[in-house]
Design a protein around this ligand. Structure first.
Ligand SMILES: Cc1cc2nc3c(=O)[nH]c(=O)nc-3n(C[C@H](O)[C@H](O)[C@H](O)COP(=O)(O)O)c2cc1C
Length: 194
């Protein structure tokens, strides 16, 4: 297969799959290490390399699950609190074998705009997700109220000026590889020739 065929395949095959559809199967740490190594090669304005990752496995997921559920409860006004969401919040971390907290570390001088730093982290996550795909792994980037909270940032060792950008659940699918769909790209393009 040519390089372009491989690139096309991995990009189009990359899939989101929620933890409840992940198999009860461990992921070799060397695979996670490779995902993180490729994340580290994302583009970065001013070479700030703002991405930070905390990798939760084994029993650390239980503590994370409790933390997420309690943080959801604390941050959600009583009238919008949903018991099923509270319970789901802790189930996800137990159903995926690996959970990676995604963070953005702000440059001390703040010279590079925050938007650029967040975009760089998103590129890093895509690198990580594509690498997972090549290993037959699915993932789910979750950005619920707890996952992007200041509490989450603190929980993962970040400071006030940094940002928690969500949780990335990784696991093997317990079913056939999911299919994706997109609206035609033609509807999202303007070619400007002159
Ligand atoms: C920044 C970001 C945040 C996301 N947060 C959520 C989320 O909180 N809940 C959710 O169900 N999906 C979330 N997703 C995943 C999308 O649902 C998913 O990408 C979309 O359904 C397309 O599926 P695909 O990734 O398999 O192509 C997020 C994706 C991105 C890029």
């Amino acid at each position: 297969m040519s390089l372009i065929d491989s690139v096309n395949q991995v990009i189009r095959d990359r899939r989101t799959l929620k933890p409840k559809m992940m198999a009860d199967k461990q992921v070799d740490p060397s695979v996670i290490q490779e995902m993180l190594e490729n994340a580290n090669w994302a583009p970065t304005h001013g070479l700030t390399e703002p991405w930070r990752f905390s990798v939760f496995t084994g029993s650390a997921r239980e503590k994370l699950a409790k933390f997420l559920a309690e943080t959801y409860k604390t941050l959600t006004p009583a009238e919008s609190f949903k018991q099923n969401k509270y319970e789901g919040m802790s189930q996800n971390a137990m159903l995926a074998p690996v959970v990676i907290a995604i963070g953005m570390k702000r440059q001390p001088s703040k010279k590079i705009p925050e938007l650029d730093e967040i975009q760089a982290v998103a590129c890093a996550v895509q690198n990580m997700h594509l690498t997972a795909t090549a290993h037959g792994l699915c993932a789910f980037w979750s950005t619920n109220i707890a996952a992007i909270s200041e509490e989450m940032a603190r929980y993962t060792g970040l400071n006030k000026e940094d940002r928690a950008l969500g949780l990335f659940y990784v696991g093997y699918p317990d079913q056939d590889w999911p299919t994706g769909s997109r609206q035609p790209v033609q509807d999202k393009i303007r070619w400007v020739g002159e």
